[in-house]
Design a protein around this ligand. Sequence first.
Ligand code: GLA
Length: 395
Amino acid sequence: MTHASVPGVSPELLHRATARFAERFPGPAPRVAVAPGRVNLIGEHTDYNDGFVLPMAIGRAAVLAFRARPDGVLRGHSVAFDETRELAVDALSAPGGNDWLSYVAGVLWAFASEGRPVCGLDVVVDGDVPIGAGLSSSAALEMATARALCAATAAPWDPVPMAKLGQKAENRYVGMNCGIMDQFASAVCREGHALLLDCRSLEARPVPVPAGASVVVMDTGARRKLAGSAYNDRRAACERVVAEMAKASPGVRALRDVTGEELEAAKPRLHPTDWRRASHVVPENRRPVEMAEALQAGDLARAGRLMNDSHFSLRDLYEVSCGELDLVTELARRHPACFGARMTGAGFGGCAVALVREDAVAGFCDAVLSAYRAKVDLPAALFPCRPEAGARILE
Ligand code: GLA
């Protein structure tokens, strides 16, 4: 099989996954499911506050080579960990674990928990989304698994309920209390577009990335530590503010329902840290809508300013940035071709994102990378990304 023409997926990766499958699981050729990682342009830590987000799928993906098995066994091989393991599908129960096979098993468990058809599978798990870098390698694997499972059981692929099942797998089976953004982006995104998602209604609108602008992912090389507990602390702070504000205004169900003025008025009743956290979320909830407007109007300067504001707010109020993310975004902003830059994803390490003049993108990447490397000895990388399509089966 030749894979040279599949957009958004590296041909070497497809070759490696299918070759490994043939070696480990001899027999009929596998089918292949692919689901992208994502970069979030703006709207950080807003999904679990019922706000807006603006992610786009990138050309780094989870690849799952798979074949159904009649005996209810899930047999998985990971290329990254060079490991093969087996589980009985009807014995899966939550919570499971958080190793590589748990993301696959968790999706099987989530399907079964809602009475959807499941089956045994041989799978080879591969991908080129860096792990722990804030580009959603886990959601990509979950959505590739969901896509594979639908294909293997001849069930229709309906991306929105699939994203919810992926989130359920991650929340309940893997034990990470994430919002809906990552799975939604990996399942639903369209080529050439970011996706403006209302995390309350789950209505989504594709937003074209305008000509002349390039989205650059800036991987600091720092990998997040303790992200799970710090993430859950942030969620808990948001929930405490909502509980307090709902006492006076019963209509408040999430920070989405709170205005800046209302938050200011409630300040004396809130713990100072909780107030700071909410002071990030309330304006950030609206920034994706404003950024979508700016992108649609081709106003890249405004889009960039919104990204910068988002970063400063995540750094100073939500306190989820780190020295490497602050440095790389600062170096990016100093470059004349950069409209704006911010950390992306949960934070505490991983990647940032910059909006850059397309005709100057190569020079931008070289200049920022060498300035960063002069100060930080980590395996950093900068790469421009085109907006790619969501999860699919390669035929
Ligand atoms: C992680 C979570 C998402 C979202 C972001 C922060 O990526 O999985 O649901 O909360 O952090 O915006």
